[in-house]
Design a protein. Structure first.
Lengths: 113, 115
């Protein structure tokens, strides 16, 4: 199967600073890499995703980069706000069944006002 | 659409009892997934269906767990007998393979506590 490692497990930043979360994957056949935000007691919610034919994708304050050679991908959040505080999960899948996700262990992001 | 609907939202049961969790996927979605979330193991796939047929059940922990999808709008995950280590949040998710974006939608989850 696939093994997804995520770092750091916790991250504290000051409001307005940037936050970066990194993930590595083991299976070079993986081709879809979503990021989920999960608030306490809620479901995981997709915030951005990237496919293996793209190196970078941006959506307002959020961006994801993918390095297929090194098998790692990263989430970048700029101008962080207290409401960005949550657990963030990276995931990977391969083939045509994108919902068969292998998740990282999560990063607890805390943004201090 | 109301999204992926799960029930019950919360359940507390005694060890040894049967537990049935239910899921209604988004209409038109042809894939359905059952995930479990625990502090120890994180988010892990238990089983998934394509067009109501189980495709991969390698994540089902043991024979005490079973899942069915009798039709395109309903799936169940059953635990019999339940044990305290089954305490977790169980998420159902669905998606439609050929839709633009191929977004996977998660339900609100079923919070199970076995005492």
């Amino acid at each position: 199967g696939e093994n997804v490692e995520q770092h750091p497990s916790t991250l504290s930043v000051q409001e307005g600073d940037s936050a970066v979360i990194k993930c590595t994957y083991s299976d070079s056949a993986s081709n879809y890499f979503p990021w989920y935000k999960q608030e306490l007691g809620k479901r995981p919610q997709l915030i951005i995703d990237i496919r293996s034919n793209v190196g970078e994708k941006k959506d307002q304050r959020i961006a994801v980069t993918l390095n297929k050679t090194a098998k790692h991908f990263s989430l970048h959040i700029t101008e962080t706000q207290p409401e960005d505080s949550a657990v963030y999960f990276c995931a990977a899948s391969k083939g045509s069944t994108l919902g068969r996700l292998y998740f990282g262990r999560g990063t607890q992001l805390t943004v201090w006002p | 659409d109301a999204g992926v609907i799960q029930s019950p939202r919360h359940e507390v049961t005694e060890m040894g009892q049967e537990v049935t969790l239910r899921c209604k996927p988004i209409s038109g979605h042809d894939y359905l997934f059952w995930y479990r979330q625990t502090m120890m193991r994180g988010l892990e796939l238990l089983i998934y269906f394509n067009n109501n047929v189980p495709i991969d059940d390698s994540g089902m922990p043991e024979d005490r767990f079973s899942a069915k999808m009798p039709n395109a709008s309903f799936s169940t995950l059953k635990i019999q007998p339940s044990e305290p280590r089954d305490s977790a949040v169980y998420f159902c998710a669905s998606y439609r393979k050929d839709s633009a974006g191929n977004t996977i939608y998660f339900g609100e989850g079923s919070w199970l506590t076995v005492v």
